[in-house]
Design a binder for this molecule. Sequence first.
Ligand code: NAD
Ligand code: USQ
Length: 398
Amino acid sequence: MGKKVIVLGGDGFCGWPTSLHLSENGNEVVIVDNLSRRNIDNELETESLTPIQPMGIRLKTWEKLTGNKINFFNFDIAQDYEQLLKLINEFKPDSIIHFAEQRSAPYSMKSSKHKRYTVDNNLNGTNNLLAAVVESGLDIHIIHLGTMGVYGYGTAGMEIPEGYLSIKLEKEPGNIIEHEILYPVNPGSVYHLTKTQDQLMFAYYNKNDLVRVTDLHQGIVWGTQTQETKKDEKLINRFDYDGDYGTVLNRFLMQAAINYSLTVHGTGGQTRAFIHIQDTVRCIDIALNNPPKRGEKVKIFNQMTETHRVRDLAKLISNITGANIEFVANPRKEDNENELLVINDKFLSHGLKPITLVDSLLEEVINITKKYSHRCNLDKIPCISYWNNYQKDNAEKI
Ligand code: NAD
Ligand code: USQ
């Protein structure tokens, strides 16, 4: 049976295709978004490579195609607590899916203004949501989009578990005590720092108020379209390629399409976790239909399907497209090389059949990056947000 779902951040890259997927599957969907992501594009003087439509056109197109109505509310969940509470009290959702955060690591590192905005927006938004769910008295399942980055990107020397780590401590000789703790956090940017703090808020409200929470530790999302966004060009999803919001794989695909050298940071030895946008929406559907019980601790899933080293990704794309590879100074403070092994058994055990990079790369290049390459502004490609003055000076020397 369909559920009543509020999607916070439903105009964004992950939120929009998720809203359509859940609507297609018979759920009653309401979107909340303050359009801050579109305003940030105005601030940065860039825009999505794909021609995304205003919310009104997106929703009318969807209703015309499917007969399904999605209601939209434009307000700020970090500032407009009363409006959020009123919506929850009136709509009485079964679930709330929380995408509504500032999600770019480089944007969060641009200046103290951007650091403060990211912290204010992300932490207030998450706390407002949790406080409103408690104040409503309703037993609502919150699904949050967290990040693999909470674990940090050092070499753990072990497989990264799904959220929790079992530890044994020798209190005194022969007396071993066992605990299960949240995996120790190690954020790499102010943005990632907010996600580590989100985790604590979920753990606290879950313990104190028995709020049911699923936290999805997602890897880097690549690709653009899903089965639903492909139905009409007016439903097209956003594609960020600029130096702040473009993520590495989508940037490389776009760069290959316009014969721009692939911008590998440093040695390209950073290993990261990835997932296709179509699998993101499937995973959220699985999470929606497998909620934790009341009183159960926060359910954490690693939402990723494969890991790759950045320079290997560049080589793969270069082999397919003939693109040149350029090793540029790394604007970030991060390990040059790291190993990454991740457990993702929970989604696989629920039947997820991952879309792999090798199978779908070419489709993305032909149908998206080549098709819309005329919309690309070359000046917006370089990453010019530096993690600290050392990274900046170092980049300027090269
Ligand atoms: P996005 O910026 O495209 O979408 C976020 C949406 O939330 C935007 O439409 C924005 O306008 C809205 N929003 C932000 N703050 C808000 C507020 N205070 N009130 C109301 N609306 C607000 O980002 P995305 O790529 O869709 O990411 C969604 C979530 O998934 C984020 O929390 C992000 O941390 C997480 N995530 C994304 C990726 C990725 O590769 N894109 C990977 C892992 C995790
Ligand atoms: N990189 C390059 N060249 C580029 C761009 C990036 O080499 O042109 C490198 C970066 O230095 C980094 C890696 O690629 O080592 C990943 O960078 P990214 O921008 O693709 O991803 P990241 O900053 O980690 O953030 C993205 C999303 C964020 C999400 C995160 C998941 O923006 O919302 O939380 O992926 S994860 O990486 O698993 O933490």
